[in-house]
Design a protein around this ligand. Sequence first.
Ligand code: SAM
Ligand code: SF4
Length: 445
Amino acid sequence: MAETPSNTKKLYIKTYGCQMNVYDSERMAEALGGSGYTEVSSPEEADMILLNTCHIREKAAEKVYSELGRYKDLKLANPDLKIGVAGCVAQAEGEEIMRRQPMVDLVVGPQSYHRLPELEAKAGHGQKALDTDFPEEDKFEKLKARPKAKRAPAAFLTVQEGCDKFCAFCVVPYTRGAEVSRPVERVLAEARDLVERGVREITLLGQNVNAYHGAAKGGTWGLAQLIRELAKVDGLERIRFTTSHPNDMEDDLIAAHGDCGKLMPYLHLPVQSGSDKILKAMNRKHTAEEYLRLIERIRAARPDIAMSGDFIVGFPGETDQDFEDTMSLVREVKYASAFSFKYSPRPGTPAAEKETKMIEPDVASERLYRLQELITAQQHAFQDAMVGREVSVLFERKGRMPGQMVGKSEYLHAVHITDDVDVGEIARVRITESGPNSLGGVLLR
Ligand code: SAM
Ligand code: SF4
């Protein structure tokens, strides 16, 4: 944080879930910076503890309550300690959090972070502070400009929030609300500001980022147009975006992967299942074949692209054959990495309200195991194929070994070298080894 007033209070934020929460936590810390807070790395030192929660998977709320329980002794020892809950569990549970855990002072939903200073002041006066509205005003506009302190070379920038897709299993449309895109000029201004502070790579974030449609002079821009404009920003060398829905991969976005040099060759494109019957039940609105043809078109534009995805196994009604269809799709795509989860019913979602019988837990576990084995094998194959190749690496930090530096390749692999490079430098590296989760290489000057 930039400002460090002498009478600082200490803020500890624990972040769960997706990159958007990481971005939101940064913005919350900045917002509370104006109320005299600086961030610390342990709850024991804090005057305020903020849990930035995620509601995407099983027992999310229960995990938050048990985490809160752990702070009881701290609160007893220091009654002035403020405890807050933010994020999607805050949105979903609202007042219930304070009822079940009376030591919580503040509950704030993802659309109300700009109101944090007021809420903190209220909590400071011993009152309970709650805000889980979906306010009309743009929270990003209301949040103060980002501080000018130098920062790490790779940053997140939220451009879109919420989702209108309503996949049958997913809680996001209810916790994050309807799709909203930030205006183009504001995104560009924040990007320029990040670059001034040393950022060279920006990952554009949105729950459904490729549905971006931001207001611009002369109309509305899609994500590809935004990326092409960002690519004109001097000093910004790399652009990524996540997470995308297959149905919003428009032609110009596919083309950008081929002709926009700053757009990195990595795409996270969740499909969830390889069975048309399950895709329909999930309300995904595309078939497995349509997804596969889409990937063909993306690979025609950018043949070396690293593909990533998300999968859910054990969705109600998933037969052995449906699962085998998922395995076939994975074999066909050959992912560079992918995330897979066992289905868990989220209260309030259509899938959870339906009567369809749940898959036996041990069957779902066995399927998840097999799928993850296949994905891991593909991940290793993709990594191993890098050995002997030259990649470009943005160095982000020192490694654990003496003299070691670690960065990311254009394909999002962690790459380490033992050589003299600066944080923020982009350099050519020849890959010499492939480890379980990273690559090793030597610097090419
Ligand atoms: N918008 C993105 C998309 O379309 O995939 C991301 C949504 S969510 C934050 C990330 C992933 O969590 C999803 O892609 C899905 O695989 C998984 N997920 C969401 N709800 C789930 C549920 N009820 N059970 C298991 N996994 C779930
Ligand atoms: Fe959830 Fe993604 Fe589907 Fe939107 S597109 S409902 S965020 S899984």
